[in-house]
Design a protein around this ligand. Structure first.
Ligand SMILES: Cc1cc2nc3c(=O)[nH]c(=O)nc-3n(C[C@H](O)[C@H](O)[C@H](O)COP(=O)(O)O)c2cc1C
Length: 321
């Protein structure tokens, strides 16, 4: 052991050995072995990774969004690469809640990491139904609500309407005792009213954020490239914007923030922790570097030690001090 000081000038007793750095995080009632999660839609239902992932290492997986009924998703092409980013318009292609419970969930339970199913309803009632169906399923650490999808009756995304977002979280917390994480859309000017609403309704945390609305055009063909015309932009291109959102919101948010957006390296993760995120999700990076998440977990202790801390918790929000 050697002594050091942290950013407050307080003496710290720093373990020499990076292996003794404590990576555990608590997000309300959610306990994770470390803050590195895989983001919904970029890690399938775990089976797609085959032997490429060491599940014992990462903090958890958020499987692809599930809906009440199976969905075919949007017409192809569904993805376009852009400079430093990826546009997708998958359209919530999934096999529905029955298949998730009977086929995917039993497999997910076998891997040694936190399982955080992600659900999306087309209406308030559908969100309630999905929460009820998962309420008594064992092996679930928390439930993430994908609020960045259109409300069929009103046509707008749930996560741009604070009242509706509040109703959804209220209903889901009443139906299901798993901690609720509200995943927000970044396609909004001010996230705070939404965060306040979902916090009042009992959400344990918010995930910031889903993809940014964008598009690509093939000018020679004189038309949009994506079958759905519009898509969501993700990857390194969006990181500075999401980092700004997390920085601003962590100062005022009544609940913890899980950061999602362009995170693919140790530096990205450390930046988001310093900005105030309690955990992170790795998304698009899984496609070009399936070992990104495990590599980051390996590298985290040394970075924390470099700052003079002995636990990851001490890094969260330290940039605001
Ligand atoms: C191909 C693809 C599919 C996605 N599917 C979902 C989904 O089903 N549900 C969801 O909540 N987010 C989905 N997302 C959004 C990601 O979970 C994440 O919020 C977003 O991509 C930003 O993080 P990133 O820049 O690290 O990818 C998807 C993203 C991509 C690229």
């Amino acid at each position: 052991m050697f002594d050091s000081t942290n950013n407050n000038g307080e003496a710290n007793s720093i373990p020499n050995n990076p292996e003794s750095i404590d990576l555990r995080v608590r997000i309300g009632s959610i306990s994770l072995r470390n803050p590195v999660l895989l983001a919904s839609g970029t890690a399938g239902y775990a089976r797609e990774f085959g032997s490429l992932m060491n599940w014992d290492k990462i903090g958890g997986i958020v499987p692809k969004t599930i809906t009440v009924l199976p969905r075919k998703g949007n017409p192809p092409p569904r993805t376009v690469e852009t400079p430093c980013g990826l546009l997708n318009s998958i359209g919530l292609d999934n096999d529905g809640i029955d298949y998730f419970i009977s086929s995917y969930l039993p497999e997910l339970r076998k891997i040694n990491t936190a399982i955080i199913p992600n659900v999306a309803g087309k209406s308030l009632e559908e969100f309630g139904e999905l929460a009820s169906r998962l309420a008594h399923e064992p092996g679930i650490t928390a439930l993430e609500l994908n609020l960045s999808c259109p409300n069929v009756s009103g046509g707008i995304d749930f996560a741009i309407d604070p009242l509706l977002a509040k109703k959804i979280v209220n209903l889901c917390t009443s139906k299901c005792s798993h901690p609720i994480i509200a995943k927000l859309t970044p396609n909004i000017t001010d996230l705070l009213p939404i965060i306040q609403s979902v916090a009042e309704a009992g959400a344990t945390a918010v995930s910031i954020a889903n993809t940014f609305l964008g598009m690509a055009i093939d000018w020679r063909k004189r038309k949009p490239i994506l079958g759905n015309q519009l898509g969501g932009l993700s990857g390194p291109a969006i990181k500075p914007i999401v980092l700004r959102m997390v920085w601003q919101m962590s100062k005022v948010s009544p609940i913890p923030i899980i950061a999602v957006g362009g995170i693919g390296t140790l530096d990205d993760v450390m930046e988001f922790l310093v900005a105030g995120a309690s955990a992170v999700q790795i998304g698009t990076a899984n496609f070009y570097n399936p070992s990104a998440a495990t590599k980051i977990v390996d590298e985290l202790p040394k970075a924390i030690q470099e700052l003079g801390y002995s636990s990851l918790r001490e890094v969260i929000g330290v940039g605001h001090q």
